[in-house]
Design a protein around this ligand. Sequence first.
Ligand code: DC
Length: 238
Amino acid sequence: MSSIIVALDGYSSCGKSTTAKLVAKQLHYAYIDTGAMYRAVTLYFLQHHISLTNPREVRKALDDIQITFRRHPVTKSNDTFLNGLNVESEIRKMFISEQVSEVSAVVEVRHAMVAQQQKMGKNKGIVMDGRDIGTVVFPNAELKIFMTADPLMRAQRRQDELLAKGELVGLPEIIANLEKRDYIDTHRAESPLRQAQDAILVDNTFMTIDEQVEMVVRLADEKIGQAVRRDRNSSTYE
Ligand code: DC
C-alpha cells in the first residue's frame, strides 16, 4: 500500500498531539510524539545530574537511554517508556516542561533523537508531531502541517491538561513557561522551530478538535491518493 508521512509541527500546547493521535487512528497509521522523547531525555538528565555543557557526559547518557512507546492495555494510550519504565505521567509534569527546551537545544540530543525518529518512520505510514519534523526529520514528508493558536488559548488548554492530571498551575506561570519554550525552540542554533516552506498553516484558535482532525485527514487522503497514482504509474513503466 502507498503510505505517506504526516509531519505536524508547531508551538507548544497547540493541540498537535491530540490532533496527531486521532489522525493516526483514522488513517490506521503509527503515531509518534517526539516531544515525549525530548521529555524522557530531560527526565533522565535530571535524575542523573547530567551537565548540558559537557558533550562527553551527554553522549554517554544518550547511549544509556532507550525510549520506546507501548500501548497501555487499559487506557489504550500510547505510553512513553524510559529504559523499560513507564514515565508517561512523570514527563508531562511542570518540572519537566521547565527544563525540556534547554535539553532539546543540545546538539548531541537532537542528533540522537532525529536519528531514532527517522528510523521509526522509514516505512512511512506514520504521523509524527514535534518542532522540526517537516524541516529536519522528514523534509520530504508528503503532508506537512504547521499549527498555531492564540497564546492565551494555548495556555488555557495546557492548564486544563495539567488539571486533568491532578496538577494545578496558575495561568501566569503557564504563560511564562510557554513564552520561554517558544523563544528557545525558535531561536536555538540546531533545527529551530520554523514553518517549512511547503507546510500548510493551520490556526486552530477557533477550531474544535474534530474540525482539525477532519481537515488533516482530508489533506492526508488527497496525498495518499497521489501516492497511490504515483506508485501505480511507476510500476506500469517498470
Ligand atoms: O510537544 P512538547 O511540548 O511535549 O515538547 C516538549 C519540548 O520538546 C518542546 O518545548 C521542544 C522540544 N521538542 C523539540 O525540540 N523538537 C521536537 N521535535 C519535539 C519537541
